[in-house]
Structures are given as C-alpha cells and as structure tokens.
Design a protein around this ligand. Structure first.
Ligand SMILES: O=C(O)C(=O)C[C@]1(C(=O)O)C=C[C@@H](O)C=C1
Length: 289
C-alpha cells in the first residue's frame, strides 16, 4: 500500500508536542492525530480498529528498548510495523516564565525515558530536587504551564516550550550528544508505508521464541540461519518470555524484505529447528530532522 490517506486516524502518546507527536507529524502531516495518555492505549486503539495507525517509541540510543512497547507487541497484540521514524532527541529544562529566576525547584517532572536520558545533568545540577515521573514530556510541560504558582520544572523538547509558553532554562541537557529514538508506525494489516523520502534500506523485525527443549547451542543455531544466507542483522535483543526465570525470546531486525527468497528460506528453517516466529513485517525508515 502506498502513501497516506488523508482520512487516516493516527494514535500517539499525547498531548501535542511530545516526541511521539513530532514523529507522527513526519509521516502523517495531513491526517487526524488522536492523542492518548499511555502507549498501551495507543496500541489498543489500532488493535481494536478505532484508529488506522499507532505511532509508538521502540528504542532510544541512550536507554535501549522501550520494553513496554516491545512486550505489548509480543504478548498482547498482533500488529505490523509499516514504517520506522528515526528522530533526534533534544531534552531541555523548561519552567514557567514567572519562575525563570527561581533559586530552586520543588520538583522536576517528565516521562521516565526523558528523566533517564538527562540523569547526569540532574544529578550534578539538581541533586536534591525530587524527580517525578509523568505520562509524557509534553504532559509535564503542559502541567508546568498551568501551575505558575508552583516553582516546578519539566523536561521536554523545544516545540513543547513554544506550545505551552515555557522558558528554556537549560538547553540540551541529555547526557550524550547522540540521542535518537526509533518509533514504529503500527497497523493491523501487513503492508509497507511508502511516502516520499524514505531510506533505501528495508528492514524486517522478527520475534523468535526458541524451542522449549532447552537444547544447548540454540542461539548459535538461530544465528546460523541468518549467517550462511548473508542476511545482515542490525539488532538482536532478548526479552523475558514471562514463563519462568531464564525463558527468553529474541527480537531480531534483519536488513532484508520478508518476501525475499533468502528470508523465506530462513523463516522455514527457523520453524524446522522448532522456533516459533512472530513477524512484524518489513518496512522503510524515515528520518526526522
Ligand atoms: O514523552 C514523550 O515525549 C514521548 O513521546 C515518549 C518518549 C519515550 O517513551 O521514549 C519518546 C521519545 C523520547 O525518547 C522520550 C520519551
């Protein structure tokens, strides 16, 4: 399926000016974007057909996988990745203009990922200020804008500062310069979103559960399936199956289309060695500036 439909409805972690919102606008500039308070609600909305696509964070360069998204995709939903968005992430320290001269702050609010990405700055600059988790960076920014009487701060992006009329007291407070997040664009149907400006490389995400007989060398066996076919992996990660200690599944990103001959052979061979494979489909990557 090519292009976006103007009538499409898209769920994202709101409110406006979250990082997920910016990623959603990159792919769906003209569609109806519907904010939700949590990632599971965004995923549920697409699984139940209330929206056509969900845009959700999947991995951050500093903090690793967003386990909530990974686990929902494995355990709860049968959805497909239709595109990936790679966004640079700049975290800023935002305050109400009336509190721009405050000597200290009562608390600092943000999404747990943003607090974690700014850990060093917060430790060295605001060691004694409580850090409070909030549903998203933009929800924290909105809340700070609504409570000028409280000396509180939020961590979020520049768009949130503009949207909610906040002052950027400290700019670029994320701990490492190369801060990027990958977002998935999820749908109930397996297809690729093809709009202008995608990278050439195609990627397929597989979730592989190893055979249950606990044989030795099974990870080696799984990797060999890809290795001798010269199928390049850009990521491999394990997550708990939640069936017992030591039980894991593997998330593998392969730089090939799932319909390519070598990939079809790899999927057959994985089944033959007793693996269960959940494919999330093949998709292109879009960079956000
Ligand atoms: O809180 C937001 O603004 C989000 O869109 C969520 C989220 C995440 O869950 O990783 C997205 C990107 C950034 O890494 C920080 C937070």
């Amino acid at each position: 399926m090519a292009g976006e439909n103007l009538k499409d409805r898209i769920s994202y972690l709101g409110p406006e000016a979250s990082f997920t919102h910016l990623a959603a606008v990159r792919i769906f500039p003209e569609s109806t974007l519907v904010p939700f308070a949590t990632i599971p609600e965004c995923i549920e909305a697409v699984a139940e057909g209330r929206v056509d696509y969900a845009v959700v964070p999947i991995e951050n360069a500093l903090e690793g996988s967003v386990s909530l998204t990974v686990d929902y995709l494995f355990h709860e939903a049968q959805l497909y990745v239709t595109a990936e968005v790679l966004s640079p992430i700049g975290q800023h320290f935002l305050v109400h203009p009336e509190n721009a001269e405050a000597e200290s702050f009562e608390a600092i609010y943000s999404h747990p990922q943003a607090l974690a990405q700014s850990h060093k700055f917060l430790f060295y600059t605001y060691r004694n200020t409580p850090l409070e988790q909030y549903s998203s960076t933009s929800a924290a920014a909105k809340m700070v804008s609504e409570l000028p009487e409280r000396p509180i701060a939020a961590i979020g992006n520049e768009f949130a500062a503009h949207k909610y009329g906040l002052t950027i007291l400290h700019r670029d407070i994320h701990d490492f310069h190369f801060n990027h997040t990958r977002f998935f664009v999820l749908s109930k149907t397996n297809h690729k979103l093809e709009i202008a400006g995608h990278e050439n490389e195609i990627k397929t995400t597989l979730m592989i559960s190893p055979p249950k007989d606990d044989r030795s060398g099974v990870l080696h066996q799984i990797l060999s399936v890809f290795a001798w076919r010269q199928l390049n992996l850009s990521k491999i990660e394990s997550r708990p199956l939640k069936t017992g200690l030591g039980d894991y599944f593997f998330i593998v990103d392969v730089l090939e289309d799932e319909n390519a001959t070598m990939m079809r052979g790899a999927l057959e061979e994985l089944a033959a060695i007793g693996c269960e494979v959940k494919t999330l489909g093949s998709y292109y990557m879009y960079k956000n500036s």
